[in-house]
Design a protein. Structure first.
Length: 258
């Protein structure tokens, strides 16, 4: 525990809508927070203020997760903020550079999705896990990774490189779960469905139509707070003896209804 007596969590991509909601939910669940994004800007500072009103101590860090050279220092700073970390939330991610046919996917867009959505998450998890193992703890820790409903239930015609990277991230979770369970670290995957975020802003009309046609049994968009609540439950140990589980927050979108 930190000086405040609260567990501490690192949330990546915390300036975005989903990352910000996760931060708020964790603050409400009595976590102190290390909030990270590519830069410490107004959005991240505003989220810090919101979480502080909920009683959380908050440290803000700027970091490029794809940088191998910067990663050790970033993890050192995250652990140093409160003396330990009890939870890592892998939330940072990027979309495709241009939505289109898989025949037109560019190497730049493909490599960017792999670099941020898969490679960076893998090696950050590795670095944090090693530090957690070395630090030891009387209570269990957790690593929670946010992927997407498009991993294996749906194939998007215009998001191939994004979905491919997230599928690799999903599979890596299984390996981390098996390796880290004996170290007192539970690993979980959270798969959001259609969420109103910056990433879906350009296709809002298309998804509105899909929802109206019954594509999502819940009949509506998901709220970022609903994903955040699931993350907070997992981080707080609310799903014990269930490491490696995938939690679907998609309004039933994964089901093929007939």
């Amino acid at each position: 525990m930190s000086a405040s007596g609260r567990p501490a969590a690192l949330v990546t991509g915390a300036a975005g809508g989903l990352g910000g909601a996760i931060a708020t939910a964790l603050a409400s669940a009595d976590f102190d927070l290390v909030l990270a994004d590519r830069e410490v800007g107004e959005a991240l500072e505003n989220r810090r203020d919101v979480c502080a009103t909920l009683g959380a101590d908050v440290c803000l860090l700027a970091n490029d997760l794809t940088s191998d050279a910067d990663r050790p220092g970033f993890v050192d700073a995250a652990f140093a903020a409160f003396g330990h970390l009890d939870c890592l939330v892998n939330n940072a991610g990027v979309s495709v550079l241009s939505r289109g046919d898989i025949l037109d996917v560019s190497p730049k867009s493909f490599d960017r999705c792999i670099a941020v959505n898969l490679r960076a998450q893998f090696f950050l998890t590795q670095q944090v896990a090693k530090r957690m193992i070395a630090a030891k703890a009387e209570t269990r820790r957790s690593i929670i990774t946010v992927t997407t409903v498009a991993v294996d239930h749906h194939v998007g015609k215009v998001l191939a490189e994004y979905a491919i990277a997230k599928a690799g991230l999903s599979h890596s979770l299984q390996h981390w779960a098996v390796r880290l369970e004996c170290e007192g670290i539970d690993c979980y995957e959270v798969r959001p469905g259609m969420m109103k975020t910056d990433m879906t802003a350009t296709t809002r009309d298309k998804y509105d139509g899909l929802i109206a046609s019954g594509f999502v049994p819940a009949g509506r968009w998901g709220e970022t707070a609903e994903v955040a609540k699931a993350v907070a439950v997992l981080a707080g140990g609310g799903l014990s003896y269930a490491t490696g589980q995938t939690i679907h927050v998609d309004g039933g979108m994964r089901f093929k209804v007939f």
